[in-house]
Design a binder for this molecule. Structure first.
Ligand SMILES: [Zn+2]
Length: 629
């Protein structure tokens, strides 16, 4: 089955790319753009930067020590997308493999001398994931031969010992290769890598061993910490190991870590990461909007983890977080033209970025960049959008369940349905049965959708007036299942309330106190100020119901919002030592100056669309409390 994650057991069974097909719509359009534009964009940049040339032995070697992994993620994207460039790129990669299976363009000749920062096993992890994608979409070929040779080399070299990699990912990759091939040593190798961590297995570093989750054994950890991508890739591998070995204690440990992390260390967008220096989680409730890091890769890793936990447990909370993350992080990470990307995704940008069209040498920036020195995010987006259908629905014992609503066709067992919807802009979801069939159809009612309704409309009753026509009933957040049998033409009509809503932060998130944000459906909104629009630094909003507006750029269907705000004139403070109000040279005093701003209508745009109109300032969290008098 064409699917990146195929556990052998679980409450839900995965549906792959052969069962779920996207149609034009929010995600179908993005997947098509990815297939037609982004994948080639990545390949061109990797060639231009010399990262592909490294495999041909071109010298000097170029790129960071882990640049091989970018080619592997691209190969994975190509495999899922059926891209015709895969065989040629795989042939280039194969040239660099050594006789015993070793493959790394940076460390060849000085193997395994730096487990903390060398990323050799990390690179194998992404290579193996590419091979699994190829096996499941095409079958054996040169790429899968290379992958098996590399995986066998890893097992020979590392099965007995204490070593592991500073950057996890090989754990989940090996489990998936086990699932794809049935070769048990891959699972055992993954299990040992998981159990070695935290004993500790790696050297201490200035960031501390928590940076690479080597501070305590994974079973004892209370929360995700350290480098976010590492933490979430590791946790994904831990879930995989737990599921395949039937280790309930291990699974429960990750569930508890996830729960605390979501409750205390996750931004409104679903993004994770509060510190730039080490790309890490902060302490509990350390969630500053302007210093939010929220690496695009971290959001992808979060989706990978939540998906695994969802399949294992069937708990709807994992699908709710996935939805939040897909619409507000994955969709944000790539520009509307598919050719530039965000690395960090803060919730406030104070200074408009300077436009450029070359390599961004940092992860920062208020504009998407076509490429980065470390270009993990573009390739990660490419492979995720290429395999996205696998995350949208699942099989149940006797039917299907739809986690995410986007135009698509789904076939599984004795069910074939078409999903028609303008979601996330509209809340109407129509699930039309395509052929006579049987089995339950389940729909997820999102946590925010308190007033949702569902109607079952048999094909025979579609034109009938009430009371013989459809019966509309309220449904609560969670999963709702409707029993078959079904006749071709039968429909389920789900109506989700799309009224914009104000959202307030937990008081313990001190950086957000006194602020509120606006959400509508699954989307987080933000104020964005380009060119001569009002600045956002000194504003106070009124939490009145936001008004819906068509998109300022004319984009079809897109809903923008408008609220009333008071934008001050840079009022300062008064009184106190050294403070003398505006222009006093000291921004602290005994009292805040009275608010003297004029009321304006403030336009809010979906967060995932921000930064597409040129350099801008932006903020998600809007102050609701005027300065103290
Ligand atoms: Zn990244």
């Amino acid at each position: 089955m064409a699917n990146p994650v195929l556990p052998s057991s679980g409450v839900l069974s995965p549906l792959g790319l052969d069962a779920v097909r996207l149609s034009p719509g929010f995600w179908g359009d993005r997947a098509a753009l990815n297939r037609e534009v982004t994948i080639d964009h990545c390949r061109e940049w990797e060639e231009r930067e010399g990262w592909i040339g490294n495999f041909r032995g071109e010298r000097p070697r170029r790129g960071r020590e882990f640049s091989d992994s970018e080619i592997y993620k691209l190969l994975e994207a190509m495999a899922w997308a059926g891209h015709p460039g895969l065989p040629a790129l795989a042939e280039t990669v194969a040239q660099a493999q050594e006789g015993d299976g070793y493959l790394n363009t940076r460390w060849s000749g000085s193997r395994y001398t730096d487990f903390e920062w060398g990323h050799e096993l990390y690179c194998y992890g992404h290579l193996i994931q590419a091979g699994v994608a190829r096996l499941r979409t095409h079958g054996q070929d040169l790429l899968t031969e290379v992958v098996v040779k590399a995986a066998d080399h890893v097992c020979r070299r590392f099965m007995n010992g204490t070593e592991t990699c500073g950057h996890p990912v090989i754990e989940m990759a090996l489990v998936e290769l086990y699932r794809a091939t049935g070769t048990e040593r891959y699972l055992e190798m993954a299990r040992r890598f998981v159990e070695r961590r935290g004993l500790p297995a790696l050297a201490d570093i200035p960031f501390g061993r928590g940076y690479y989750q080597d501070d305590v054994p994974v079973r004892q950890a209370q929360v995700f910490r350290g480098h976010v991508v590492r933490a979430l890739y590791l946790a994904s591998g831990v879930v995989d190991v737990a599921v395949e070995t039937g280790d309930q204690e291990l699974l429960k440990a990750v569930e508890a870590q996830w729960e605390r992390t979501v409750a205390r260390r996750t931004h409104l967008t679903g993004g994770m990461g509060s510190r730039h220096a080490d790309e890490s989680y902060g302490e509990d409730y350390e969630l500053p909007p302007d210093r939010a890091y929220n690496e695009t890769c971290a959001s992808i890793a979060s989706v990978m983890l939540a998906h695994r936990l969802l399949l294992a447990t069937g708990d709807v909370r994992y699908a709710d977080l996935t939805e939040r993350t897909l619409y507000n992080m994955l969709a944000t990470g790539v520009a509307l033209d598919g050719r530039s990307f965000f690395y960090a995704n803060p919730l406030q940008v104070r200074v408009p970025a300077v436009p450029h069209d070359g390599v961004n040498h940092a992860a920062e920036g208020g504009l998407r960049s076509p490429w980065f020195d470390v270009s993990c995010c573009p390739n990660n987006i490419a492979r995720t959008l290429a395999s996205l259908p696998a995350y949208l629905a699942a099989g149940t014992g006797d039917g299907i369940v739809l986690h995410h609503f986007t135009p698509s066709e789904i076939r599984h067992g004795r069910l074939a349905v078409r999903v028609e919807t303008g979601y996330p802009w509209t809340g109407s979801v129509r699930v039309r049965v395509l052929e006579d069939g049987a089995g339950r159809i389940g729909l997820r009612v999102p946590a925010w959708a308190a007033d949702a309704t569902l109607a079952r409309v048999p094909v025979s009753a579609q034109d009938a007036p009430l009371p013989d026509g459809p019966v509309v009933r309220p449904v609560s957040p969670g999963y709702v299942h409707v029993e078959g049998p079904w006749r071709a033409g039968d429909e389920l009509r789900l109506e989700l309330p799309m009224r914009p809503r104000w959202t307030f932060p937990d008081r313990r998130i001190d950086a957000l106190r006194g602020s509120a944000a606006v959400e509508r459906g699954p989307l987080v909104y933000c104020a964005e100020s380009v060119a001569d629009e009002p600045p956002l630094g000194d504003l106070t909003v009124r939490t009145e119901p936001p008004v819906e507006r068509p998109a300022g750029d004319g984009a079809e269907g897109v809903v923008e919002l408008e609220v009333t705000a008071s934008i001050g004139g840079g009022s300062g403070v008064s009184g106190g030592s050294g403070g003398s109000g505006d222009g006093g040279g000291w921004p602290y005093g005994a009292a805040g100056a009275p608010e003297d701003g004029a009321d304006v209508r403030l336009r809010l745009v979906p967060y995932h669309r921000w930064g597409n109109r040129g350099p801008a300032t932006m903020r998600v969290w809007l102050p609701t409390i005027p300065p103290a008098k």
